[in-house]
Design a protein around this ligand. Structure first.
Ligand SMILES: Nc1ncnc2c1ncn2[C@@H]1O[C@H](COP(=O)(O)OP(=O)(O)OP(=O)(O)O)[C@@H](O)[C@H]1O
Ligand SMILES: [Mg+2]
Length: 263
């Protein structure tokens, strides 16, 4: 597998309120690569800089130091005016909030990106319907976000990103706000969808169990200034039954190792 994404000595600090000297480093000397087709999970404590990292990769924020390569080409920018969120739709981003448009139905939210890109046709509509079916939202196409449960909104946000087929998808604690049972179901849905297409995924979470259940490999972020504190290959074969993940051989040892590394 070749590296699709390369993060090289990335650094970030934000300007202070009064705008004179910059703040201390939130992220410093952070480096890792993601292989094509890999499901990478990143675990880190609250405030470690996980969302900041994804924002910089997705180009909704600038880097203060270092470089990001996508397919070997630098996509780093220091200038806020030069940001290209999603970099021509090569990067999909499921953010920490689901960000559904309240005035659009489930189907129209799923179709939104295709609509904006002028790619609405029978094929893309068919794909949207397939995905809606695959995550159990059939029958809810005409519902508005406020008529859906939290879990259903998460599923809608997920397939809205999958439908336009970006080669790499960033996910920022997408299942954090739902109950444990729904979360397990969403994880199973995600793995099933991922199995169909094997996209490259960078999935951020503070939940070690989730990082193990989903990932090929888990990175552990340190506290600020954030860098990679440890890396663990997940030795559990696929397909994985996430409901029984605790019982699978390799889970307990991996959990203990990661827990020891999370500060
Ligand atoms: N726009 C901003 N301006 C100034 N500081 C910021 C900004 N965005 C984030 N920070 C700071 O950067 C640090 C990391 O924030 P970030 O949201 O990346 O953490 P996180 O790991 O995603 O946390 P959580 O798990 O709670 O979502 C925090 O100390 C935060 O205050
Ligand atoms: Mg965050």
């Amino acid at each position: 597998m070749t590296a699709l994404l390369d993060i090289n000595k990335l650094g970030k600090r934000f300007p202070t309120r009064h705008g004179r000297e910059p703040s201390s480093w939130v992220i410093k000397d952070l480096s890792f690569s993601v292989a094509d087709g890999e499901f990478l999970t990143i675990v880190g404590p609250s405030g470690a800089g996980k969302s900041t990292l994804l924002n910089i990769i997705a180009q909704t924020d600038t880097a203060s130091a270092g470089e990001i390569l996508l397919n070997g080409t630098s996509v780093t920018t220091r200038d806020p005016r030069a940001l290209k969120p999603g970099i021509d739709r090569r990067i999909g981003y499921v953010t920490q909030d689901d960000n559904l448009l309240p005035w659009r139905s489930t189907l129209d939210n799923v179709l939104f990106a295709l609509d904006v890109q002028g790619k609405l046709n029978d094929e893309s509509r068919g794909r949207a319907r397939q995905l809606i079916q695959a995550v159990g939202l059939a029958g809810f196409e005409k519902y508005y976000p406020h008529e859906l449960s939290g879990g259903m909104r998460k599923r809608t946000a997920l397939i809205r990103t999958l439908v336009y087929d970006p080669p790499i998808i960033l996910m920022d604690e997408p299942f954090a706000a739902v109950d444990a049972q729904t979360r397990t179901q969403l994880q199973a849905d995600l793995l099933r969808l991922w199995d169909l297409g094997r996209k490259t995924i960078v999935f951020v979470t503070h939940d070690i169990t989730e990082a193990i259940a989903l990932g090929d490999r888990a990175l552990v972020l340190s506290k600020q200034p954030s860098r990679i504190a440890a890396e663990h290959a997940i030795p559990i074969p696929r397909p994985r039954n996430v409901k029984d993940i605790f019982a699978l051989p390799g889970f307990a040892e991996t959990y203990e190792k990661i827990r020891a590394d999370v500060q």
